[in-house]
Design a protein around this ligand. Structure first.
Ligand code: HEC
Length: 198
């Protein structure tokens, strides 16, 4: 029993000391963020690409635009429900007017724009925003422009009937004129930061 006393005294001394300075800020486990986000991003991209491809083959590009308009948000919704994250696509030059780049992610987006690929794979960025219960961690994964099938609807020369159809659905469309290899947009997976703080 007796030897425990100095140890307890030491503990009190420590507690008194640490009470004078701020407690250490929780650290974000970036590896865990990546491990949780990558499968969500891949599932979204895989589902959408398969449906886009099927729509292009079944009805051609004009038809596929309408499919994309309905299917992309539906897949985002399904992936959000399955993962517990918020899944969406953002782009500086966007087609869907709801898909702009939020101010707080602009710097990370610019970094992806400067280098869409890292070691031959889509580049990623992690951003922490807010604090307390509102703290979020955002995982951004670059979506590089590809020649096929993307150029048909986002490239430098869009077929006139398709152009007219896109303009009708998206009067403020900014998402054409892309060349292969440029950043077309980013997949955004946003989580409550709490689950990744340690
Ligand atoms: C058949 C036409 C078509 C093709 C082909 C196509 N897209 Fe799109 N894309 C669209 C439409 C329509 C939207 C808007 C969807 C919406 O309303 O959410 C869109 C939106 C996007 C967005 C979300 C940001 C924004 O601009 O609103 C990204 C990123 C994107 N496309 C990337 C690609 C990539 C990469 C490819 C090639 C793999 C591709 N798209 C092929 C029609 C197409």
């Amino acid at each position: 029993m007796r030897p425990a006393v100095p140890a307890i005294a030491a503990l009190f001394a420590l507690a008194a000391c640490s009470g004078e300075s701020e407690p250490p800020a929780p650290v974000l486990d970036e590896a865990a963020v990546i491990a949780a986000s990558v499968p969500v991003a891949q599932a979204f991209q895989g589902d959408l690409k398969a449906q886009l491809q099927a729509a292009l083959e079944a009805g051609g590009p004009v038809e596929a635009v309408s499919v994309c308009q309905q299917v992309a948000p539906a897949i985002a919704q399904a992936q959000s429900e399955a993962s517990g994250a918020e899944v969406s696509r953002i782009a500086a030059r966007h087609r869907n007017p709801a898909g702009g780049v939020p101010e707080e992610l602009a710097q990370a987006y610019a970094a992806l724009e400067a280098a869409p690929l890292a070691d031959g794979k889509p580049a990623v960025q992690i951003v922490r925003t807010g604090d307390g219960a509102g703290a979020k961690v955002h995982f951004l994964s670059a979506i590089p422009m590809q020649d096929q099938p993307c150029s048909v609807c986002h490239g430098t020369s869009i077929e006139p009937a398709l152009r007219a159809h896109i303009d009708q659905l998206y009067p403020g469309d900014l998402a054409t004129g892309f060349k292969p290899g440029e950043l077309r947009g980013a997949l955004l997976v946003s989580w409550n930061a709490e689950r990744f703080l340690k």
